[in-house]
Design a binder for this molecule. Structure first.
Ligand SMILES: Cc1cc2nc3c(=O)[nH]c(=O)nc-3n(C[C@H](O)[C@H](O)[C@H](O)COP(=O)(O)O)c2cc1C
Length: 209
C-alpha cells in the first residue's frame, strides 16, 4: 500500500532557512525512497509544463526531456540501465525517469549558447518546485553514463547531456536497501553560509543585510 504524501512516517526534510522563504522552496528536497505509485499523465504534464516556462537566454528554451514511465516497460528499463549502479539501487522504484539535454547552439544563427546548461538547470528547478506543489518529489542525478545515453536514446551531437531525474511519490526511508541511502534519507539538509556565497559589489566583500 502506498504511503500518503502527508504521512508523518515520511521524513520531511524541510530547509532550516535564515529568512522565510516560499513553502515550495522550504519543503523541496531530494528523496531516494520512492513509492511505486504511478504519476498521473496530468501531473506529469504539469511538471513538464512548469519546466517549459523557465526563462532562458534569448528565449532559446534549450532544454529537452526524454521521459519514461514504469508502464512504458522497455523505454523505462533503457533509462534505468544508464544510471550508475548506486543510483539504480534507489531509482528503480521511481515511477518516472527523465534524461535532460540542452541544445548547444542558438537556433536563429547557430552560434554557441554558453547558457544552454545553465538555462536547462533553471528548467529543472521549476520542475522540482511544480513536482513539490503536486505532492510529488524529484531527485536529480549526474551519475549516469552520458555517452551511452547519447547512443541509446539517440540524442544528437548538438545537445549536451543534462541531469537524469527520478520523479514520484515518497516512500518510507526503511524501504531503502542501502544503509548509506537510508541514513541520508533522514539526515539534516545543510547549506554553505550565505556570506560564503554572496558578496557586496566586489568579490569577497561581505554583504551586510
Ligand atoms: C544536477 C544534480 C545532480 C545530482 N546527482 C546526484 C546523483 O547522481 N545521485 C544522487 O543520489 N543525488 C544526486 N543529486 C542530489 C543532490 O545530492 C542533492 O540535491 C543535494 O545533496 C542537496 O540535497 P536536497 O536536494 O535534498 O536539498 C544531484 C542533484 C542535482 C541538482
Amino acid at each position: 500500500m502506498a504511503v500518503k504524501p502527508d504521512s508523518p512516517e515520511l521524513s520531511n526534510k524541510y530547509a532550516d532557512t535564515l529568512s522565510t522563504v516560499h513553502e515550495l522552496i522550504r519543503t523541496r528536497w531530494s528523496p531516494r525512497s520512492f513509492s511505486d505509485r504511478p504519476v498521473s499523465a496530468e501531473d506529469l504534464k504539469a511538471v513538464l509544463e512548469a519546466a517549459r516556462w523557465a526563462a532562458s537566454s534569448n528565449n532559446e528554451q534549450p532544454w529537452r526531456f526524454v521521459v519514461a514511465r514504469k508502464s512504458d516497460g522497455e523505454a523505462y528499463e533503457r533509462i534505468l540501465s544508464l544510471l550508475d549502479p548506486g543510483n539504480q539501487q534507489w531509482a528503480v522504484t521511481a515511477p518516472v525517469l527523465i534524461i535532460m539535454a540542452a541544445k548547444r547552439t542558438f537556433s536563429h544563427n547557430g552560434s554557441p549558447n554558453i547558457y544552454a546548461i545553465h538555462d536547462t538547470g533553471a528548467a529543472l528547478a521549476q520542475l522540482f518546485l511544480q513536482a513539490n506543489a503536486l505532492g510529488l518529489h524529484a531527485h536529480g542525478m549526474a551519475g549516469f553514463d552520458r555517452e551511452r545515453a547519447r547512443q541509446v536514446l539517440g540524442i544528437p551531437e548538438d545537445y549536451d547531456l543534462g541531469a537524469a531525474v527520478a520523479l514520484g511519490y515518497r516512500d518510507l526511508p526503511e524501504k531503502l536497501t542501502n544503509e548509506k541511502h537510508r541514513k541520508s534519507e533522514v539526515a539534516k539538509r545543510v547549506r554553505k553560509p550565505l556570506d560564503e556565497l554572496v558578496f557586496a559589489g566586489r568579490w569577497n566583500e561581505p554583504l551586510t543585510l
